[in-house]
Design a protein around this ligand. Structure first.
Ligand SMILES: [Zn+2]
Length: 301
């Protein structure tokens, strides 16, 4: 299965907080975004943005099918002019990646990693904070309770595996997390078949990873992720799906063509652990310039 853009559409939305936005109406979103653009088109753009950043987030969205039963949703950065964004620069490599040498010379799949409108999706503030959903009322004896516990265990295993390579911290509050992992079924996205002139509902997805950009209170261009992992996964497939999606969220925004990599584009019977090729790819991503993690008020403006 080849990954490709299933559908690509743009709309603007105005976020008041992380998890609630002003309207579900496309027209209302565009109207809000236009107003915001007009306000921002002044000489005080940068200062104004830093001040309102925690309350407003203007994003453009497109959906991108990443294969593997997962779908990634990319959201474009706040609508700043090119000159208002920080210049793309390379961050220092995190310690493990700095000393990482692949003695097997197994190569990488960096060419399959996509750049975004702000460059590569590199984390520069560590540890990266990860929140995962927990059962509210845990009845560990019930079938659902045991399934939920198994899900939590699988996700935590994947976090531990990636923690070897990049500093990660599991946090208890979703509002302070950089990566939030929820236990829910990703929504189905219908596509239109031009030949049959019918809408097609795809098979259930195992996961959905979505990122968005925002400006922090310190005026730093930042990003964060929401991962939805299906409760329908069982056994080793929970950790495998979490490992794969965390790979995306840690910067590998693409897929490997080899089944022996965790970021292989399709689900397989025996999912691969994190491979040297995964880490070689991750290291190359972290050696790339990005606008993320840099201040809007830096001298590079
Ligand atoms: Zn994927």
């Amino acid at each position: 299965m080849k990954y490709l853009d299933l559908q690509r559409f743009k709309f603007s939305s105005l976020y008041k907080t992380h998890n609630s936005y002003s309207s579900n109406s496309k027209r209302a979103r565009q109207s809000c975004a236009n107003k915001t653009q007009n306000v921002l088109g002044t000489a005080t753009l940068t200062k104004l943005l830093a001040a309102i950043a925690t309350f407003f987030l203007v994003v453009l969205t497109h959906f991108h099918n990443l294969g593997n039963g997962d779908v990634a949703i990319a959201q474009k950065p706040p609508q700043l002019s090119e000159t208002a964004l920080p210049a793309a620069q390379v961050h220092p490599l995190p310690p493990f990646l700095l000393q990482w040498q692949d003695k097997t010379n197994s190569g990488d799949y960096f060419s399959g990693v996509k750049q975004t409108s702000v460059g590569y999706l590199v984390w520069s503030k560590f540890p990266v904070k990860v929140y995962l959903e927990r059962p509210v009322e845990l009845d560990s004896a019930s079938f659902e309770g045991r399934k939920f516990q198994e899900w939590v265990k699988g996700v935590l295993q994947a976090v531990q595996e990636w923690k070897v390579y990049l500093p990660l911290e599991v946090v208890e509050k979703p509002e302070i997390a950089d990566i939030r992992i929820g236990r829910s079924r990703p929504p189905l996205q219908a596509s239109f078949n031009r030949e049959t002139r019918e809408f097609q509902i795809p098979r259930a997805r195992s996961a959905q990873t979505r990122y968005e950009f925002y400006i922090s209170q310190q005026g730093i261009l930042s990003h964060r992720y929401n991962i939805q992992l299906s409760p329908d996964q069982v056994g080793n497939y929970i950790a495998a799906a979490a490992r794969h999606e965390l790979g995306h969220a840690l910067g590998i925004w693409g897929h490997s063509p080899l089944e022996t990599d965790a970021l292989y584009f399709s689900q397989v019977r025996n999912p691969s652990p994190i491979s040297p090729r995964d880490i070689n790819t991750l290291k190359r991503v972290y050696q790339q310039p990005t606008r993320l993690g840099w201040s809007l008020s830096s001298p590079n403006l």
